[in-house]
Write a protein that binds this ligand. Sequence first.
Ligand code: SF4
Length: 321
Amino acid sequence: MSENHELILEAKHITRRYPAPNGRTLTACQDVSLNFYRGQTLGIVGESGCGKSTFMRMVVSLEQPDEGEFLFHGRDITKLKGEELRQHRQKIQMVFQDPAEAFSPRMRVMDIICEPLLNFKRIRKSEKEAVARRYLEMVELPGDFALRYPHSMSGGQRQRVGIARALVLEPELIVYDEATSALDVSVQKTIIELLVKLQKEKNISYGFICHDMALVQSLSHQVAVMYLGHIMELLPGDKVADGCVHPYTKAMAEAVFDLHMDFGKPIESIESEAPSPLDVPPGCPFQSRCPKCMDICRKEKPVLKTIAQGHQAACHLYDLK
Ligand code: SF4
């Protein structure tokens, strides 16, 4: 995909650490490098605590990395401060899991949708209703919803309002953080169809994190599999089901690929649970659960290597290939 699509955001060697009790350190992201291309979706999957949400929070500048840089059209946005950072935020928007929590119950839908535009003085107050109606129709809701309050809408409708609010600043990249996870499966499907349609119409880029592996691969041009803060495998979305090579991705894919893979539940085909992010072993992070673990895996951390075009894996099984 990289040769044919414009690179808009490049994450280079991103590391994020947090102080933990007793002088210890929790490394949520370790040397993560990923690219976002125009009009394409990068999906990130992994169990709870793998670092995917931390990474995306840095993409939208809600947090800063301890090491590495985010190059947006070649410019390091980790260095932006004050007004420059505020202006930049228009370009990358985020849609959260629970729109009910994200919206003030006292605001009408038109105020919710137009708040970012008013903050940046891009419209006048008198234009609010007309603008809100336009964006509501874009997300396939009736324009009359502009006058409603969020509590009088269903979860799926509120999420569409969240998408409209993210679109209104015409960003180049939208990050969806478990944005469909709280919705019924039938509603999820219609929201995903809407996202695909909007992406085609607007040539917008998406970052999509979700604990449902089947859902992520259905939407994503590229999928990154994360484990304990590390990228284990990066591959085209349409190769996840039968083309993945990393033992972790394979275990997940074999578990319940046809059903929607829920990382909130234990993965039956992998024995034991993931170690604490505070106790990541030297060598391969996946060694304690890997059926193919070798001596070298306990000593040397595998690095991402190219397996095929657009496909990388971090596993010593592929050192000689
Ligand atoms: Fe398993 Fe070793 Fe590959 Fe890690 S590097 S996934 S332990 S085979």
